[in-house]
Design a protein around this ligand. Structure first.
Ligand SMILES: *[C@@H]1O[C@H](CO)[C@@H](O)[C@H](O)[C@H]1NC(C)=O
Ligand SMILES: *[C@@H]1O[C@H](CO)[C@@H](O)[C@H](O)[C@H]1NC(C)=O
Ligand SMILES: *[C@@H]1O[C@H](CO)[C@@H](O)[C@H](O)[C@H]1NC(C)=O
Ligand SMILES: *[C@@H]1O[C@H](CO)[C@@H](O)[C@H](O)[C@H]1NC(C)=O
Ligand SMILES: *[C@@H]1O[C@H](CO)[C@@H](O)[C@H](O)[C@H]1NC(C)=O
Ligand SMILES: *[C@@H]1O[C@H](CO)[C@@H](O)[C@H](O)[C@H]1NC(C)=O
Ligand SMILES: *[C@@H]1O[C@H](CO)[C@@H](O)[C@H](O)[C@H]1NC(C)=O
Ligand SMILES: *[C@@H]1O[C@H](CO)[C@@H](O)[C@H](O)[C@H]1NC(C)=O
Ligand SMILES: *[C@@H]1O[C@H](CO)[C@@H](O)[C@H](O)[C@H]1NC(C)=O
Ligand SMILES: *[C@@H]1O[C@H](CO)[C@@H](O)[C@H](O)[C@H]1NC(C)=O
Ligand SMILES: *[C@@H]1O[C@H](CO)[C@@H](O)[C@H](O)[C@H]1NC(C)=O
Length: 399
C-alpha cells in the first residue's frame, strides 16, 4: 500500500466556483456527434493494448450514430483475428482543447466492459505529462466501479479531507510513479452492467483555477440543471463532487495546460492485461503466469461474444466555458487566431492532435494558458497507463 508522501492540509471546497454559469461551447450529439474529433489511426502505442485504433475512413462500423440518435464507439466484434494480430477499436480526440474555466458534461447510456476491455474517457494536455491528464472514466475487466485520477509532474497531490463523496486511494499525482492520484467511485452504478441497467448516467468535470472537480450521477439522480440545460449551464446546485482536486494541494494552473478530450477502448495491455488482474476473474483455468493470457483468451479468434458489451453509447458530450476564449488550440492560443491547430483538418487519420505539432516551446510550466507558447515535445504514453503498483493496489476491485 502507498503511504501519502506529503502532509495534506484539510481543505473545504470553499474554493469551488459556486454559482457559476457557463456558456455552451460545443454540443457533440445527434448526427453531428463525430464532427470535430480526430481518429487516432495507429495501433495502441500508449498502453500496449492489443488493438489497432482505426482511422476515420475505417471507422464506419465502429463509430457511428445508432437508430436512437446516440453515438456508438465500439470494439470490432465481428472479425476473426488471427494469432499475433490486433483487433480493431477506436480512439478519438477532440480537435478542441479546453483552457481553465471550462466544464465538460458526458451523458452516457452504456460503457464498454467485460474481460480484457479497458475503456477511458479522459483528457490530456498536448505536452504530457508536463501539463497534466485527467482520467474521468476508467475501468478494466470485471470491475464494477469507476476510477478517476490525475497524472502530473511531481508536486501535485490529491487533497484528503475535502467534502467530496470519495477520498483518494493514492494521493500523489506524480505520474512517474505510474498510477497518478486515484479516486475510486463508491456510489452505485458507475461502471459495467449495473451502469447500463440503471440507464447509464452523467459525469461532469469542472476544470478551474480553483481545482479540478468531477461529479457522477446515476441516471435517476441527474440534476435538472443538466437535463434542462440549453445554451448555458448552472453548476451551483450540483452539490459535493465525486472527486475533488482543489488547488490547495495541486496548483492547477501550474500543472495543467489546455486539455484535449479523449475517448478510447483498448484491450489487455498495461492494466487490463496483467495476468494477476485478468486471470482470476477472466481465465481462472488458464496459465496465470503467461503474460499473453488476456490476449489469447479474448482478443484472437472470433471474439464475437466476448465483445458484445464492449461499446460506448453516448447520448451527448457537451462542453461549456466561462466565455468562448477557453476554447483553444493545443498550444493554448484562441482557436480563432491560431494557424497550427490540429483541429483544422478533418479525417486526416493523424494522431488525434496528440503529437503532430512541429513547433517549439520554451518548456516553462504554468505559462501555457493562452501564452501562445508552442510545443515541440511529442505526447508520450497516455496516462491511462497504470503501472504495476496501482494494478496491485487495485486488484481487490477487480475480482
Ligand atoms: C445562473 O443562471 C440561472 C438561469 O439563468 C439564474 O437563475 C441564476 O441566477 C444564475 N446564477 C448565477 C450565479 O449567475
Ligand atoms: C516522483 O516520481 C519519481 C519517480 O518515481 C521519484 O523519483 C520522485 O521522487 C517523485 N517525486 C515526488 C515528489 O513524489
Ligand atoms: C505458463 O506461462 C509461463 C510464462 O509464459 C511459462 O514459462 C510456463 O511454461 C507456462 N506453463 C505451462 C504449464 O504452460
Ligand atoms: C469462428 O466462428 C465460426 C462460425 O461460428 C466457427 O465455425 C469457427 O469454429 C470459429 N473459430 C474459432 C477459432 O473460434
Ligand atoms: C457485437 O456487439 C454488439 C454491440 O456493439 C452487439 O449488439 C452484438 O450482439 C455483438 N455481436 C455478437 C455476435 O456478439
Ligand atoms: C474569459 O475568461 C477568462 C477566465 O476567467 C478571462 O481571463 C478572460 O479575460 C475572459 N475573456 C473575455 C474575452 O472575456
Ligand atoms: C494564418 O496563415 C495564413 C496563411 O499562411 C496567414 O495569411 C494568416 O495571417 C495567418 N493567421 C494568423 C492568425 O497567424
Ligand atoms: C486508413 O487505414 C487503412 C488500414 O490501415 C489504410 O489502408 C488507409 O490508407 C488509411 N487511410 C488514411 C486516410 O490514412
Ligand atoms: C503513437 O502513434 C502516433 C500516431 O502515429 C504518433 O504520433 C505518436 O508519436 C506515437 N507515440 C509513441 C509514444 O510512439
Ligand atoms: C526550442 O527553441 C529553443 C529556443 O528557441 C531552442 O533553444 C531549443 O533548442 C529548441 N528545441 C528544439 C527541440 O528544437
Ligand atoms: C515543470 O515543473 C515540474 C514540477 O515543478 C518540474 O519538475 C519540471 O522540471 C518543470 N519543467 C520545466 C520544463 O520547467
Amino acid at each position: 500500500m502507498k503511504t501519502f508522501l506529503s502532509t495534506l492540509t484539510l481543505v473545504s471546497l470553499s474554493q469551488l466556483a459556486l454559482g457559476a454559469n457557463y456558456t455552451l461551447l460545443k454540443d457533440h450529439s445527434g448526427n453531428g456527434f463525430f464532427d470535430d474529433w480526430a481518429f487516432f489511426g495507429n495501433y495502441d502505442n500508449l498502453t500496449n493494448g492489443d488493438v489497432t485504433y482505426v482511422n476515420q475512413s475505417q471507422s464506419t462500423n465502429l463509430a457511428f450514430i445508432n437508430s436512437a440518435g446516440h453515438a456508438i464507439v465500439k470494439v470490432d466484434n465481428t472479425s476473426f483475428v488471427p494469432y499475433n494480430e490486433k483487433r480493431n477499436s477506436v480512439r478519438i480526440g477532440s480537435k478542441d482543447y479546453y483552457a481553465l474555466g471550462s466544464v465538460w458534461v458526458f451523458d452516457i447510456a452504456h460503457l464498454p466492459y467485460g474481460c480484457s476491455v479497458w475503456p477511458g474517457v479522459w483528457s490530456s494536455a498536448f505536452k504530457w505529462p508536463d501539463q497534466g491528464e485527467i482520467d474521468i472514466i476508467e475501468g478494466i475487466n470485471k470491475m464494477t466501479a469507476n476510477q478517476m485520477a490525475l497524472h502530473t509532474f511531481a508536486g501535485c497531490n490529491a487533497a484528503t479531507g475535502t467534502n467530496a463523496i470519495n477520498q483518494p486511494s493514492i494521493a500523489n499525482c506524480n505520474d512517474t510513479q505510474g498510477s497518478g492520484c486515484t479516486v475510486a467511485e463508491k456510489q452505485s452504478n458507475s461502471y459495467g452492467e449495473s451502469f447500463a441497467s440503471a440507464g447509464g448516467g452523467v459525469w461532469a468535470t469542472q476544470f478551474d483555477e480553483s481545482g479540478i472537480f468531477i461529479w457522477f450521477w446515476t441516471r435517476a439522480s441527474v440534476p435538472a440543471s443538466i437535463t434542462t440545460a440549453t445554451n448555458s449551464i448552472d453548476i451551483s446546485s450540483w452539490g459535493n463532487p465525486s472527486a475533488a482536486f482543489p488547488s490547495s494541494s495541486c496548483n492547477i494552473p501550474q500543472f495543467f495546460g489546455p486539455q484535449q478530450l479523449i475517448v478510447d477502448i483498448t484491450l489487455c495491455g498495461d492494466w487490463a492485461g496483467i495476468p494477476s488482474l485478468f486471470g482470476p476473474s477472466c481465465a481462472p483455468s488458464g496459465n496465470q503466469s503467461d503474460p499473453s493470457l488476456c490476449y489469447i483468451t479474448d482478443v484472437i479468434n472470433n471474439g464475437t461474444s466476448d465483445y458484445a458489451t464492449a461499446y460506448f453509447e453516448f447520448n451527448s458530450i457537451r462542453t461549456y466555458g466561462v466565455n468562448s476564449s477557453v476554447l483553444v488550440s493545443f498550444d493554448g492560443k484562441p482557436e480563432s487566431s491560431s494557424n497550427s491547430s490540429t483541429g483544422s483538418s478533418s479525417g486526416s487519420g493523424s494522431s488525434s492532435g496528440s503529437g503532430s505539432g512541429s513547433s517549439n516551446s520554451s518548456g516553462s510550466n504554468g505559462s501555457s494558458q493562452g501564452s501562445g507558447a508552442k510545443i515541440n515535445l511529442m505526447v508520450t504514453p497516455s496516462g491511462l497507463y497504470a503501472g504495476m503498483a496501482v494494478a496491485t493496489f487495485l486488484s481487490w476491485l477487480v475480482l
